[in-house]
Structure formats: structure tokens, C-alpha cells
Design a protein around this ligand. Sequence first.
Ligand code: G
Ligand code: G
Ligand code: MN
Ligand code: NA
Length: 256
Amino acid sequence: IDMEPELRQALDNDEFILHLQPVYTGSSKRLSSFEALIRWQHPSRGLLPPSEFLPFIEDLGWSIELDDWVLAKTAHILSTWRRQGLNTLPIAVNICARHFQNPDLISKLKQLFSRYQLSYQDIELEITENVAMTDIQAGLNVLAQLRELGIRVSIDDFGTGYSSLAYLRRLPVDKIKIDRSFISELLRDAHNSENVIVRSLIELSHGLRKRVVAEGVETQEQLNLLNGMRCDQVQGYLLSPPVNIQLAAELLSHHW
Ligand code: G
Ligand code: G
Ligand code: MN
Ligand code: NA
């Protein structure tokens, strides 16, 4: 099937929407930020998850255009909330691999923050570990520029890629997000291999002065184990699924 006309229309007619998943501090369960997750409000098929359209976007070579849409939408949400008098928290945006190697990224971000009068801490970027890996020098360069501006970066899905732990030391990033495949296998048994991996990742990251987020936390037992391991932040269905903008605003207004 040729998705191009439908996807073109979706981009032009603003058929995409963002849901926001809350991220909480591990022990106190205080809201600390959100992650923006895209959905397609399809005119006839209803609300579609990214798995139904992101692969087509990538094949069409439109990933950067979609990232730009997500970034602009996120900036717009934050500035609208500010105008309504809400105290906001940072929103993290997923950035595709190709975009991260694009030399225009930094200047586009500067323009965006200035146009919406946001500070560089308001929007965080999530990249997968392989992004920075493909072209290490280019990746490190972009990361260094982002750090200089004060834009925070997380490594998403950590543990699923090819990077070595030694490589993590060289990455100027602020946060590590441990992939949910590790979290779902956590057991009460401390010697279970996933427990050992997660505990080691947290210790190593802290040693490198990076914060750690556990993704896909679904049970109270996982949360207790992660707190015991001093995991900084948690995200997952136990705490909250991704929610619409309206509900996210309500969560924010109760937070402060
Ligand atoms: O929201 P959901 O769990 O269905 O997302 C599935 C996948 O789609 C995740 O890996 C997530 O990183 C990716 N994804 C969700 N929203 C975005 C987005 O706005 N941009 C990009 N590049 N990927 C996204
Ligand atoms: O790859 P990335 O981390 O960007 O993907 C986030 C995806 O994980 C989103 O599509 C979101 O809907 C999904 N997600 C969030 N919390 C949970 C959870 O607790 N369990 C599972 N299975 N998926 C989750
Ligand atoms: Mn993510
Ligand atoms: Na992830």
C-alpha cells in the first residue's frame, strides 16, 4: 500500500497529536518531567500508535520533518501552558538517528527556543544509543554543542544497542533510560541476571554523574526493587500511561 498521500495529508492537516507520559522521581513519586509520544488521529481508522506509521515515515525519508513537527508542537504546548499561568516541567522529545547527524539541528533548536521564548531546560532530547554510535565523532560534536547550550540529552532504550559501558564514559549526556525489557525481568531474587545488570548500570551511571530512568515500570515490586537500587526516576504504566495534553495539564496543576 502507498501511504504517501495519506501521510502527506496528515502532516499538512495536523492530524498528528502528542500524548505525554509522566516521569516520576523514584522514591517520592513526585512528577519530574514528561515524554512526548506521537499518535495519528486518523480520519477513519481512529487513533493510531507510532508502530502503524513511523516505519512508513522513515521509508519516505520524512523522519526529520516529523521530528520538527514534534519539536514545534512541544514548544507550543509549553508556551500555551505558561500563558495560562501553569508552572511547567520539562518535556522530552524523541529525535531520530538521521536528524542527530544533521548539521542544522543546533541552529533550528536555537530558533525554536527563541521563537517560543523557552529556556534550554524546557525541552530535553532522547536519542537511542546507536545514534551517537554510528558516527562517533559527529555524534560527540553535536552532544558537546547541546551541552554547551544547556539542552539536556538522554540515551533511550539503553542496554539494547551495541555501545560498550566504556563508551558511556565519553558521552556527554545527562540521563540514561534503561530499556523496559530489563525492567520487566526484574525479580525478587537479587542474583537474577537482569537485577545484576540493572543494579550495575545504575551504579556505573551514577559514578559517571548521570541520572538513571527506568522505563516500563508496571508493578509495585519492580518499583520497590528500583528504589532499593537508587534509581533516580521511573516511567511506566504503574505510575501513568501516556495521557492527552488536557490531562497532563491537570497533573501539572496538582503537582505544584
Ligand atoms: O508510544 P509508543 O509506546 O507506542 O511508541 C512506540 C515507539 O515509537 C517508541 O519506541 C517511541 O520511541 C517511538 N516514538 C513515539 N513517539 C515518537 C516521536 O514523536 N518521534 C519519534 N522519532 N519516535 C517516537
Ligand atoms: O522507545 P521509547 O522509550 O521512546 O518508547 C516508549 C514507549 O513505551 C511508548 O510507546 C509507551 O507507550 C510505552 N510504554 C510506556 N510505559 C510502558 C509500560 O509500563 N509498559 C509497556 N509495555 N510499554 C510502556
Ligand atoms: Mn523514548
Ligand atoms: Na525506550
